[in-house]
Design a protein around this ligand. Structure first.
Ligand code: FPP
Length: 247
């Protein structure tokens, strides 16, 4: 589908949803109200992705570093995930969306882990958008667990060190069966990747906006897609080479 007359769409969009706390503070509300308002933007981003036929949408919901927040906020966030997982499954199924959670889920409560597994199983038949929620995820964690797995294979004699190349490392990372992100969006004004997908975003187009996550509505989402569609991705080649490839 065209956005602003553009034709090139990202296959995979990855988002750092930042600014919930400031959105709430600006309104004299508790930070948690910002996270609750953020759930609505999650919903609209999923709807926009479905509408445009995007293959993968990854949302950074909780980073490995977010445990350092006040205990009360962490626990309210966990409650919010529980409720959202339960409430949204029906809507996701209706939209043919498959939900998947990446990250070290072993740190979550048993109940939340069960809820995640149930939501994944419930939506497993979805053949449209893949909605990936990165929870207790960190780019360095992802690379570390891949390296550990390869080292174990070397130790047990299943793998020769010389056989380790980029594609083998990629194959040990989370979501190795999905395309790397084409477009990275961060709301909330900061211009950082903050330990998101470090390996997978080597060639990702970066889009930063000052809008707080709860304000990142459907039009704002479409503007980010329009930004992407006007970029020329060169993957290390010259503009002329890319031009001849694109024709
Ligand atoms: C960052 O804003 C946001 C988070 C750490 C949590 C994101 C969670 C949601 C949007 C809720 C629901 C998500 C799902 C997938 C159901 P911040 O608190 O860092 O904002 P600030 O920088 O303004 O303080």
């Amino acid at each position: 589908m065209d956005v602003d007359g553009a034709t090139r769409l990202p296959r995979h969009i990855a988002i750092i949803m930042d600014g919930n706390g400031r959105w709430a503070q600006q309104r004299g509300l508790l930070r948690h109200s910002g996270h609750k308002a953020g759930v609505k933007t999650v919903r609209s981003s999923v709807e926009q992705s479905v509408k445009h036929g995007i293959a993968v949408l990854t949302l950074f919901a909780f980073s490995s570093e977010n445990w350092k927040r006040p205990q009360k906020e962490v626990s309210l966030l966990m409650d919010l995930f529980m409720v959202a997982l339960q409430r949204e499954v029906k809507r996701l199924k209706k939209n043919n969306v498959r939900l998947r959670v990446i990250g070290d889920r072993s740190a979550f409560s048993e109940k939340l882990q069960q809820r995640i597994a149930a939501a994944e199983a419930d939506t497993a038949e979805g053949s449209g958008l893949v909605l990936q929620i990165a929870a207790n995820y960190g780019g360095r964690w992802d690379i570390t667990q891949a390296v550990r797995s390869l080292a174990t294979k070397v130790k047990t004699g299943q793998l020769e060190p010389e056989a380790i190349d980029e594609s083998l490392i990629s194959s040990e990372l989370s979501f190795n069966d999905l395309p790397d992100p084409d477009l990275f969006i961060r709301t909330g004004g900061e211009q950082r990747i903050s330990n998101f997908m470090l390996w997978q975003s080597a060639y990702t187009e970066l889009y930063f906006t000052d809008a707080y996550w709860p304000d990142f509505d459907a039009d704002a989402f479409d503007r980010a897609i329009a930004f992407y569609s006007h970029r020329q991705r060169r993957f290390g080649m010259t503009a002329e080479q890319v031009g001849s490839v694109e024709k």
